[in-house]
Ligand binder design. Structure first.
Ligand code: ADP
Ligand code: MG
Length: 313
């Protein structure tokens, strides 16, 4: 990563390291001496100062995060202007992004129980986001983190939108093509169901080790998003059929045929996860530790299959 020179301090916080760099700015890991804890400051690039699109995007991220109060959504601490740069301070998630996890674990794929654990927490977060009438619009592996204690957190609400209010900024790139829904690719407004589609892509990728629509270039990928149908046969046989069905309805092209709410998906997943402990942070943390350190994988949690579940598979 081409790192920007680290400032010594941002606000009252001492800067430790640059842990991320995006189109909007840098993500700095800092220490708050007054509370003796680590935190993260997302600082907008100086070059973007005064560019209305980006300033609005930053303001919006703060607005949305401030309206949230959920253990699976990154917590915002503060927002201020300093030497012409906007700064957003938030909880430090000591973990890996799902992108890092996929890059590292893909050869072995993410085990089904771990996918269930991550999807469970993402859906819980989405239920909260949608209940506040927001749409995330940019769900992708880089915007989801799993901390080392096994908790999943959504972040990067920079292009989130209040449902039914068109806040699309002319000329700005909204969303990441590979994880967009067909309606977003067509330039239509994103709804709650667009977030469900993006989460469906991420879940498919975790289960199979490959992106369902990615192609040589963005144009072909967009075309695949709109026309390539995903069916049960696109999964390997180790993926239980009820999970395949859930992912397929999350990935329905037609909004009318797609899972209608994150809560509905959560209830479906609740049914699928019967016999599996609902609290999976501990085994997920142990699994992530082994993946990071190239250690042998720990034994998976026991999934007690009921007689009717084996009939479904
Ligand atoms: N609160 C946080 N704690 C730890 N890492 C973070 C945090 N926020 C962001 N990051 C890291 O920085 C990366 C980019 O952050 P993000 O908010 O998605 O910014 P961008 O708008 O540039 O995509 C994330 O993928 C993650 O690796
Ligand atoms: Mg991001």
């Amino acid at each position: 990563m081409n790192k920007t020179k680290a400032p010594e301090n941002i606000g009252q916080y001492s800067v430790q390291d640059c842990i991320g760099q995006g189109a909007m700015g840098e993500i700095w890991l800092c220490h708050d001496p007054s509370l003796d804890r680590m935190l993260v400051v997302k600082r907008m690039k100086l070059a973007l100062r005064g560019i209305e699109d980006y300033v609005q995007r930053f303001n919006r991220e703060v607005q949305v995060l401030a309206a949230m109060n959920h253990s699976n959504i990154v917590q915002v601490y503060g927002y201020w202007l300093e030497k012409g740069q906007l700064n957003l301070s938030m909880e430090f998630i000591n973990g890996w992004s799902l992108k890092q996890i996929l890059d590292k674990a893909n050869k072995n794929k993410v085990p089904v129980w771990a996918v269930c654990a991550i999807l469970w927490e993402c859906l819980n977060a989405l239920v909260h986001v949608h209940s506040r009438r927001f749409v995330h619009r940019d769900l992708k592996p880089g915007n989801i983190m799993v901390d080392f204690s096994g908790r999943t957190k959504l972040l990067d609400f920079g292009i989130a939108r209040i449902e039914n209010q068109d806040m699309t900024l002319p000329g700005s790139i909204i969303g990441t093509t590979a994880y967009m829904s067909p309606e977003q690719v067509r330039g239509e407004n994103a709804t709650e169901q667009s977030d469900i589609f993006s989460l469906g892509i991420i879940t498919f990728e975790m289960l199979t080790g490959k992106h369902p629509f990615r192609d040589d270039n963005a144009e072909k990928t967009s075309k695949n998003i709109q026309s390539k149908r995903i069916s049960s046969s696109d999964f390997k046989s180790d993926v239980p059929s009820d999970i395949r069905r859930l992912v397929c309805i999350m990935l329905a092209k037609d909004v009318a045929k797609r899972a209608s709410s994150a809560y509905g998906c959560l209830m479906e997943l609740d049914f699928i996860m019967q016999g599996l402990p609902r609290e999976l942070a501990h085994p997920l943390s142990a699994w992530l530790r082994s993946v990071r350190k190239d250690l042998p994988l720990p034994a998976p949690p026991v999934w007690k299959k009921s007689w009717w579940r084996s009939l479904l598979s």
